[in-house]
Write a protein that binds this ligand. Structure first.
Ligand SMILES: C[S@@+](CC[C@H](N)C(=O)[O-])C[C@H]1O[C@@H](n2cnc3c(N)ncnc32)[C@H](O)[C@@H]1O
Length: 498
C-alpha cells in the first residue's frame, strides 16, 4: 500500500506487516490485525453489524490513526483515511465514532497524558508501545469526558482487549481501575497556576500565556475555552452552477438545515445534517464548497471584478481560488501558485467540481521570484502559518508548535508578501490573510511590509464582521473563535498608490 511506504521506524517502533494484506500498521500488535481479519471473515457470513463490532472497529481505527499521527505528524483526517484503507473498515458509523474518539482525545492530550502518568506511576505513558499508549489515552477520554455509564466503560475496555489482545494490555490492567478513580480537578489542584490553566483549558503553557497577554485574562480565557468544541461548519453555495435559490432547495432536500449569514455573500451556516456533507449528491455536483466565514471574508475583501487578472499566492487546496472565480462570475483570469504537488491535485479536482473555468495552476516555490512576468489587479497572499486559529477545528495543531517556529514563519510570510507585492498593478490591491491569531504573523508582518514599501497603504475595510486589528491597524480585521464563531483569522487589504 502506497502510504505505508513512507513509514520510517521511529523511537524503536517496528511496523507490523499484516500477513494477508501485506500492509504495514503503525501498531505493533499481531492481534490487532488478526482480530480484524477474523472479524471480517465472520461478517461475510453473518452480515451482522452489532454495536460491539462498531465499537471494536472504531477503537482499532482510532488507536491506529493516533499512532500514525504520532509517528508521521499526519492530521486527524489524513490519518483516518490512511487507516481506513489499511484496516479495510469503511463503514460510516465506525468512521464517525473513530474520528470523534481521536479528535476529542487529541483535544485534551495534555490532561489525558497527565492522568495516564499518574495512573501508571512509577512508570510513565511514554514507556509503553504505541498501541497500549494510545488505547490508554482513548480509554481516559471515554471514561472521563464521554460521561459513559459504568457498563459502557467496561464494554469499551473489553473491546480494547479484543482489538489489542489481552496479553498486550495485561501489564497496564491495574491502571484502568486507577483511571476510573481519578478526579482530574483534584489531581491538578497543586500545580503552579500556569500549568494548571494549561491542563484545565487543554493548551500548551506557551499558548495560555500568549492568549492572556494578547487579549487580557478574561477574554483570553474565553478564547481558550472556546477551543473546547469544534466551530460551526459553513458552506458557500456555488452560484456558478445554479441560481442560489435552487442550490439551497437541493441541499435542504438532502436533509441539511441551513441558516443564512447575512453579512457574507453566498455563505450559509450548517445547523444540522443527516449525512456528512461530502457524501451529498449536491456536493459531488459542485453546488457548494465547505468554507469558513473568515476565509470567505478574505475573498470578499479582495473583491476582484469580472475580467480582472488575479494572482492567488499559496492557493492549494483551492478554496479561495473557487471563491474568487465565483465573485468574478467566471470572467477574467486567476493564476494559482503553490509549492505542494499533492495539495495542487486537490486544487485541480476542486476547480473541476466547482465549474471554475478561469483558473490556471502553477506549482512553484513563491519564496523565489514568481515564474511569471505580470502585474495583477488583485494579489491574494495566504501563506503557511502557525494555524493558531484552527485549534478548535484541528486540535493536533495545538501540540505541534516548536520553539522558533513563529520566527521562521513570520520571516517566510514577509518574504512571500514582499515578492507578491512586486506583481501588483499601480492602483491594484494586495490582500494578506492567515489563520493565525499571533501578532508576529499578522500586524508585525504588515507593519514591516508597509515600512519597506511606502507606495502601499492599508485600505479601509467595508466589513462589519470581526474586530479591529492591534497596533493601530484599525482597517485590518481579526476573527476569533469565541467572538465570531469561526476559525481564528487575520485579513488586511493594501492598495498600491499611483
Ligand atoms: C493556508 S494554506 C493555503 C490555503 C488556500 N489559500 C485555500 O484557501 O485553499 C498555505 C499554502 O501555502 C503553501 N506553501 C507553503 N510554502 C510555500 C512556498 N514556499 N511556495 C508556495 N506555496 C507554499 C502550502 O502548500 C499551502 O497550500
Amino acid at each position: 500500500m502506497k502510504l505505508a511506504t513512507f513509514y520510517r521506524p521511529i523511537h524503536g517502533q517496528q511496523p507490523y506487516r499484516n500477513r494477508e494484506g501485506g500492509q504495514k500498521l503503525a501498531v505493533r500488535s499481531r492481534s490487532l490485525a488478526y482480530n480484524i481479519q477474523k472479524r471480517y471473515k465472520q461478517k461475510l457470513v453473518s452480515r451482522e453489524y452489532s454495536r460491539t463490532i462498531l465499537l471494536q472497529d472504531s477503537i482499532a481505527l482510532a488507536v491506529e490513526a493516533l499512532s500514525w499521527m504520532e509517528l508521521e505528524g499526519l492530521s486527524e483526517r489524513q490519518a483516518l483515511i490512511l487507516v481506513s484503507k489499511q484496516l479495510q473498515i469503511h463503514d460510516g458509523s465506525s468512521m464517525r465514532l473513530a474520528f470523534r474518539l481521536m479528535t476529542e482525545t487529541t483535544r485534551r492530550l495534555n490532561l489525558v497524558d497527565y492522568i495516564a502518568d499518574w495512573a501508571l506511576d512509577p512508570r510513565k505513558l511514554g514507556d509503553w508501545n504505541l498501541g497500549v499508549r494510545n488505547f490508554l489515552r482513548l480509554y481516559i477520554y471515554w471514561a472521563h469526558f464521554r460521561k459513559r455509564t459504568f457498563k459502557g466503560i467496561l464494554s469499551f475496555l473489553e473491546s480494547g482487549r479484543r482489538v489489542l489482545g489481552r496479553d498486550e494490555l495485561l501489564p497496564v490492567e491495574s491502571a484502568f481501575g486507577m483511571i476510573l478513580a481519578a478526579e482530574p480537578k483534584k489531581l491538578i489542584a497543586n500545580e503552579r497556576e500556569l500549568t494548571r490553566m494549561s491542563l484545565e483549558t487543554c493548551h500548551t503553557e506557551w499558548f495560555v500565556r500568549y492568549s492572556f497577554r494578547l487579549l487580557g485574562r478574561d477574554d483570553g480565557l474565553r478564547l481558550l475555552n472556546e477551543d473546547y468544541s469544534p466551530p460551526p461548519t459553513y458552506l458557500r453555495i456555488n452560484s456558478l452552477r445554479q441560481p442560489w435559490e435552487t442550490v439551497i432547495e437541493e441541499i435542504k432536500h438532502e436533509g441539511v438545515t441551513l441558516s443564512r449569514m447575512i453579512e457574507l455573500r453566498d455563505v450559509w451556516k450548517v445547523e444540522r445534517t443527516e449525512k456528512p456533507l461530502i457524501r451529498l449528491r449536491s456536493y459531488e455536483r459542485g453546488l457548494f464548497q465547505i468554507q469558513d466565514i473568515s476565509s470567505q471574508a478574505a475573498c470578499q475583501e479582495a473583491n476582484p471584478k469580472p475580467g480582472d487578472f488575479v494572482l492567488d499566492i499559496c492557493a492549494a487546496p483551492g478554496i479561495k481560488t473557487c471563491s474568487l472565480a465565483q465573485i468574478m462570475n467566471n470572467k477574467g483570469t486567476v493564476v494559482s501558485l503553490d509549492i505542494a504537488e499533492a495539495r495542487m491535485r486537490i486544487w485541480k479536482s476542486e476547480i473541476k467540481r466547482m465549474g471554475v473555468e478561469i483558473a490556471q495552476p502553477i506549482i512553484c516555490d513563491v519564496q523565489r521570484d514568481l515564474p511569471l512576468n505580470v502585474e495583477a489587479d488583485v494579489v491574494l497572499v495566504d501563506p503557511p502559518c502557525s494555524s493558531t486559529g484552527l485549534y478548535a477545528k484541528s486540535p493536533s495543531m495545538k501540540w505541534r508548535m516548536k520553539s522558533g517556529d513563529v520566527e521562521k514563519l513570520s520571516s517566510l510570510q514577509l518574504r512571500i508578501l514582499d515578492i507578491s507585492s512586486q506583481h501588483v498593478k499601480k492602483t491594484g490591491s494586495l490582500v494578506y490573510s492567515t489563520c493565525s491569531i499571533l501578532l508576529e504573523e499578522n500586524e508585525l508582518v504588515i507593519e514591516q511590509f508597509l515600512k519597506a514599501h511606502p507606495t502601499f497603504k492599508i485600505s479601509p475595510t467595508s466589513m462589519t464582521l470581526g474586530s479591529e486589528a492591534f497596533r493601530g491597524l484599525n482597517e485590518a480585521r481579526r476573527f476569533y473563535p469565541h467572538k465570531d464563531h469561526c476559525n481564528g483569522f487575520f485579513v488586511a487589504k493594501m492598495e498600491r498608490e499611483n
